[in-house]
Design a protein around this ligand. Sequence first.
Ligand code: AMP
Ligand code: MG
Length: 341
Amino acid sequence: MNTDVLLPTKENIDKVGRLLRDGQIAAIPTETVYGLAANALDGNSVKNIFSAKGRPMDNPLIVHISDFSQIEKFSLVSDIPEKAYMLTEKFWPGPLTIIMPKGSAVPNEVSAGLDTVAVRLPAHPVARAVIKAADRPLAAPSANTSGSPSPTSSAHVLHDLNGKIPAILDGGLCEVGVESTVVTLVGDCPTLLRPGGVTLEQLQTVIGKVNVSDAVLNKLRDGEKAESPGMKYKHYAPKANLILVRSDDDKYIKYVNAHSTALVGALCYDEDITELSVKCFPFGKKSDCAEQANRLFDALREIDRTNIQTVYGRCPDTHGMAMAVYNRLVRAAGFEVIELA
Ligand code: AMP
Ligand code: MG
């Protein structure tokens, strides 16, 4: 199959809309990462996403809409919780996914057999235009090969899925750079399942108490059930061995330089570059977590373009946007963290 990279003109958006109505899949830009979209109401179309990505079938997909009213219009949710109105009022359109009780129209391929469904109204104008052109909600996970870093440019998508999908709409670089925040409103207390562009603190400002699922910051113990199936997989990992180093600036620099060889690299802050004697893969300024989120996946992919075998990574804290950066980094590192006292 030939993969066309298309500029997001009206004509091309209509073309992708037709592809999706015909049961095919296509990559589209969103403000978080690129998504691999299919008609969310048709299980057979959705199956194409899983095969192109190599995604395990037990990992459910997020349903993307272009207007709040589509939740009812397409019977996506059986009962919209009060807190969903509060959250969507404040954070939609935007990088927030809300888990609610599943409606009758959502096929099992989307929800992976769960009785809940994840819904998001993206802010990216091209994403919304494609949903409108397709005239139905779109299931869209990240448009990468399952397990590899999520794609934040059309070049990343092409690298992973060239020849496997008919089209990529090129909307430039993604603004947020990490996937959406996922919060579930099913259960006694709202629970954060995945941190992203909307922070825990922002959610709490609007709906009060929000628990944090154990799997957000910690490795699941053997046999422990993931509240969000995606949390149980090793994710975002470069081919090199990534190890996080939790320490102050000086100790990080000294530790990495003491281990310097031609095969060692550093996934570091911009300020570290002049201090380090190894190959650097910078992902933002130390104080700017939004920039770190924005650049992280490209930096992880950059490691794969070299022959570096061991990479020592900075270990951010877990407040605000840093929680999303830490969550992705610690998965990319397979939870290997060195603590320097
Ligand atoms: P992706 O589409 O690749 O950004 O991943 C979607 C994330 O949302 C994965 O971590 C899924 O496990 C999670 N997710 C989607 N639907 C549900 C659901 N109904 N319940 C819990 N987690 C979900
Ligand atoms: Mg993904």
